[in-house]
Ligand binder design. Structure first.
Ligand code: PLP
Length: 394
């Protein structure tokens, strides 16, 4: 019997059955347009309000600070581009990091073409931004700091509170891409001094194509989607009612189960890391050892092509991800692995496994055995490894 073990939860997650159940009536029964005046559309309106409340509560925000979007990418685009435009009179400088998601990095590149100046902060070998460098990068013209809450490839959690404090001290807006962290790490926007925050439904067992941008009261921003008066006139377009309902349900479940889920995930994660480190030679762990997402494991195997490893894991029914080639199909290693200082040849052998609390120890054992077998096989075919062994034995 072929097994199926899904270990790519940083790419997307399974929508929970309870979430689908909560969404269904908003397709088939309460399909009214929330902007319509008749009684029938009230159900849609009320459902949106309930979700907005659940989400606002989850991060210590007010309901009128939550703006629904089509996902993390839109939220990041909105946060950066519209804020840059709204604060142009104050300055044209933005600070971000080298390990951000492409939704942030490519928006920054776009802004650079439009006359903005962007500082891309380095990270240390664990993927943590350097606070000293951040302080040094601040200019009188700095209008925005955008640093992710937790990295999607290596799982490292950034010192968000410190960053928020520094931003606040200097009167600079602080945006954080919390797509990987929301629902996995407790977040309070006041405690962390977050002014804007991006999140996405499908990274926490909710539906795809729905996200939100938190915008603190008082922050100026341009509307991103020009159209109707939805989302306080800042994001036009008929609301994705089923998506919003599903997102709310997913957040409710995520918040109620956060502690037990992350505890179980970190046990599985630590077990997987420990066994692989002990039983496979020439492997390293990428990302911070302890200050990392509870479900993120990222290895770099020497003398291995990550792509080959992925294909062979797939044959064993295991879904993982590699940082060696990005989605564009290029052969360049991921910008994150290069930013933590991995040489190309080691970055190429990387494997990201992102777990879910439904995974079991037995699955982890199966995965370890599979990795051991595949790594040995790939190395036995690698001239580089052969050379290395010869040199070792000399
Ligand atoms: C997945 C992801 C995004 C993009 O979110 P979508 O909802 O897929 O558009 C942005 N940032 C991070 C860190 C992510 O992991």
């Amino acid at each position: 019997m072929k097994r199926f073990i899904y270990l790519d939860n940083a790419a997307t997650t399974k929508t929970r059955p309870e979430v689908v159940d909560a969404m269904m009536p908003y397709f088939t029964e309460f399909y009214g347009n929330p902007s319509s005046v008749y009684e029938f559309s009230n159900e849609s309106k009320k459902a949106i309000n309930r979700s907005r409340e659940t989400i606002a509560d989850a991060i210590g925000a007010k309901t009128n600070e939550i703006y629904f979007t089509a996902g993390g990418t839109e939220s990041d685009n909105w946060a950066l581009a519209a804020t840059a435009e709204a604060y142009q009179a104050k300055g044209n400088h933005i600070i971000t990091s080298k390990i951000e998601h492409h939704a942030v990095l490519h928006t920054c590149e776009y802004l650079e073409k439009r006359g903005f100046e962007v500082t891309y902060l380095d990270v240390d070998e664990n993927g943590v931004i350097k606070i000293d460098e951040l302080k040094k990068a601040i200019r009188p013209t700095t209008i925005l700091i955008s640093i992710m809450f937790a990295n999607n490839e290596i799982g490292t959690i950034e010192p968000v509170k410190e960053i928020g404090e520094i931003a606040k001290e200097h009167g600079i807006i602080f945006h954080t891409d919390a797509v990987q962290a929301f629902g996995h790490v407790p977040i309070n926007v006041d405690e962390y001094h977050i002014d804007m925050m991006s999140a996405s439904g499908h990274k926490l067992n909710g539906p795809k194509g729905i996200g939100f941008l938190y915008i603190r009261t008082g922050i100026k921003t341009r509307s991103f989607m020009h159209g109707g008066a939805q989302e306080r006139k800042r994001r036009g377009g008929t609301e994705n009612v089923p998506g919003i309902v599903g997102f709310g349900k997913a957040v409710e479940i995520a918040m109620n189960t956060l502690e037990e889920r992350t505890k179980k995930e970190s046990e599985l994660r630590d077990y997987l890391m420990k066994r692989v480190m002990a039983e496979v030679p020439y492997v390293r762990i990428n990302g911070h050892r302890t200050n990392r997402l509870s479900n993120n494991v990222n290895f770099a195997f020497q003398f291995i092509e990550g792509e080959s490893l992925l294909i062979m894991l797939d044959m064993d029914g295991i879904c993982g991800s590699s940082g060696s080639a990005c989605t564009s199909g290029s052969l360049d290693p991921s910008h994150v692995l290069l930013a933590i200082g991995l040489p190309h040849e080691i970055a190429h052998g990387s494997l990201r496994l992102t777990l879910n609390s439904d995974n079991t120890m037995e699955e982890m054992d199966y995965v370890v055995e599979s990795i051991k077998k595949i790594v040995e096989k790939l190395r036995s075919m690698s001239p580089l490894y052969e050379d290395f062994v010869k040199r070792q034995n000399r």
